[in-house]
Design a protein around this ligand. Structure first.
Ligand code: ADP
Length: 449
C-alpha cells in the first residue's frame, strides 16, 4: 500500500479523495494555486504545496510543478480526481517515468479512449454496441453523403478529439450536410487543434446511461451497474441517478456483463465509465471516460462500496476487494449538482458564501469543499457541492430529496438549488420519464426560464 498520496485537484473531489486516504491510513499531500490557499482540503491535508498562480494552466495543469511537489514531499502516488490532468496520457507517462504511481489506467489506455474514433473502433472490437456511422474519419463531402445515405438522416458530425459537447453538428437532410461538415471541422480544428471528424446516426430521444466499470489490471473486469445522467443542460449533467429508471435487472446485467468483459479483454486497470445513449431498448456506445466521475457517489450509495478505496487498492497492486457476485444494488440514489450559478441563466455566481448549512439525516450525503465565509474564486468550475440522497426505492429517495433540498441553505451567492426544488415537484421527473432533451425543453418553457 502507498505511504503518501498527492492529490492533484481541488474543491469537493480533492476532499473526497483525501477522506478515502485518511480512512486507509495514507498520508496526504495537496497541491493548490494561490487562489485556493484557504480551501478546506488544504486545511485538512497533512501537507500542502502551493504550485502557482490562479490560472489552471499555471497550477493545476502544470505537470512539472506537480512532479516537483511529489519529489519534495516524497509522495509515491498521485490521485488526479476528475478534470484537470485526469485524462492526460502524457501526465500518466511522466509520473511512471519518475516511479510515481498514477492512480488510474495506463497512458496507453487513456490515449486510446481520448481519441473518439479510436475509442469507438476499440469498443466495437470488444463487442460493445456502437452508434451506426462511419468507420473512421470522414475526409470529403462525397464520403459524408455516402455514409449518411447508408445510415439514414438525421446524422451528427462529431470531432474525434471532442469533449465538453463541442464540435458537434446535426444534419437533418443531405442539403444540410456540407455546411455541417465544414462547420464541425473548423470548430474542431480551432478548439482541439485536430479537425478529424466522423459521422454517426443522430438519435432523437435517447437517454444517457453509463456503466461504471473497474479493471484490476490483471485481466479481471467488473461492473458496478449504471447511472442515468439524461438530465443535462448544454451536454452538461445536472442530476444523476442509480439505477436508471429505464432499465430492468435483466438489461442491467446484460449491458454490465458486456462492459465488464470488454474491460477484462482490454487488460484495463482502475475505474472507468462506459457511456451510452439508450433508445428503444438498445444501447449505443458514445465514449469511455478513464477516470472517476463527478457522479460516482450514486453508485457508492446503492452498492455500499467506496470507489476511491478501490482505485487506490488497484493502483497499489492489491486488486479489487470485490468480485462481481459480491456487488449488489440496494435501493435508489439521486445526485444533484449544486453549482454557484444563476438558476435561470446559469451564469457563474462567484463570491463569498455568507452562510452554508447542509441537510442531514438518514440517506443524506453532501460532498462539498465550501463553508460559511468561504470566498469562491472566479477561476474554476462552478460546482460547489453535491447532494446525494439514498432511499429504499425511488419514491422514498424522491421524498427524502425534497426534504433535504428544503433544509439546504447557501446564502451570499446564487446556486442551482431552486432548480432542483422545482424539479422534484415535476410529474415527469417523479415518473422518471425524461430523455437527454427534457431539461432544455423545460427551461425553454416560459414559466421556468
Ligand atoms: P463530449 O465528449 O463532447 O461530451 P459525447 O460523445 O459524450 O461528447 O456526447 C455528448 C452528448 O452529445 C451526449 O450525452 C448526447 O447528449 C449528445 N450526442 C452525442 N452523440 C449523439 C448521437 N449520436 N445522437 C444524439 N445525441 C448525441
Amino acid at each position: 500500500m502507498f505511504q503518501k498520496i498527492l492529490i492533484a485537484n481541488r474543491g469537493e473531489i480533492a476532499l473526497r479523495v483525501l477522506r478515502a486516504c485518511k480512512e486507509l491510513g495514507i498520508q496526504t499531500v495537496v497541491v493548490h494555486s494561490t487562489a485556493d490557499a484557504d480551501a478546506m482540503h488544504v486545511r485538512l491535508a497533512d501537507e500542502s504545496v502551493c504550485i502557482g498562480p490562479p490560472p489552471s494552466r499555471d497550477s493545476y495543469l502544470n505537470i512539472h510543478q506537480i512532479v516537483a511537489a511529489c519529489e519534495i514531499t516524497g509522495a509515491d502516488a498521485v490521485h488526479p480526481g476528475y478534470g484537470f490532468l485526469s485524462e492526460n496520457a502524457k501526465f500518466a507517462d511522466i509520473l511512471a517515468a519518475h516511479n510515481i504511481t498514477f492512480i488510474g489506467p495506463s497512458g496507453d489506455h487513456i490515449r486510446v479512449m481520448g481519441d473518439k474514433i479510436e475509442a469507438k473502433r476499440t469498443a466495437k472490437r470488444l463487442g460493445i454496441p456502437v452508434v451506426p456511422g462511419s468507420d473512421g474519419a470522414i475526409n470529403d463531402d462525397r464520403e459524408a453523403k455516402r455514409v449518411a445515405a447508408e445510415i439514414g438522416y438525421p446524422v451528427i458530425i462529431k470531432a474525434s478529439a471532442g469533449g465538453g459537447g463541442r464540435g458537434m453538428k446535426v444534419a437533418r437532410t443531405e442539403a444540410d450536410l456540407e455546411v455541417a461538415l465544414q462547420t464541425a471541422k473548423s470548430e474542431a480544428g480551432a478548439a482541439f487543434g485536430d479537425d478529424a471528424v466522423y459521422i454517426e446516426k443522430y438519435l432523437e430521444k435517447p437517454r444517457h446511461i453509463e456503466v461504471q466499470v473497474f479493471g484490476d489490471g490483471a485481466g479481471r473486469g467488473v461492473h458496478f451497474g449504471e447511472r442515468d445522467c439524461s438530465l443535462q443542460r448544454r451536454h452538461q449533467k445536472v442530476w444523476e441517478e442509480a439505477n436508471s429508471p429505464a432499465l430492468n435487472a435483466e438489461e442491467r446485467a446484460r449491458i454490465g456483463g458486456i462492459c465488464a468483459s470488454a474491460i477484462a479483454d482490454l487488460g484495463y486497470s482502475g475505474a472507468g465509465t462506459i457511456e451510452f445513449l439508450y433508445e428503444n431498448g438498445e444501447f449505443y456506445f458514445i465514449e469511455m471516460n478513464t477516470r472517476l466521475q463527478v457522479e460516482h457517489p450514486v453508485t457508492e450509495a446503492i452498492t455500499g462500496i467506496d470507489l476511491v478505496h478501490e482505485q487506490i487498492r488497484v493502483a497499489s497492486g492489491g486488486g479489487l476487494s470485490v468480485r462481481q457476485e459480491d456487488i449488489k444494488f440496494t435501493g435508489h440514489a439521486i445526485e444533484c449538482r449544486i453549482n454557484a450559478e444563476d438558476p435561470r441563466t446559469f451564469t457563474p455566481s462567484p463570491g463569498t458564501i455568507t452562510h452554508f448549512h447542509t441537510p442531514g439525516g438518514l440517506g443524506i450525503r453532501v460532498d462539498s469543499g465550501v463553508y460559511s465565509g468561504y470566498k469562491i474564486p472566479p477561476y474554476y468550475d462552478s460546482l460547489i457541492g453535491k447532494l446525494i440522497v439514498h432511499g429504499r426505492n425511488r419514491v422514498e429517495c424522491m421524498m427524502r430529496l425534497r426534504r433535504a433540498l428544503d433544509e439546504f441553505v447557501v446564502d451570499g451567492i446564487k446556486t442551482t438549488l431552486p432548480l432542483f426544488r422545482d424539479l422534484v415537484g415535476n410529474p415527469d421527473i417523479a415518473n422518471g420519464d425524461y430523455d437527454i432533451h427534457w431539461l432544455e425543453k423545460y427551461l425553454a418553457e416560459e414559466d421556468h426560464a
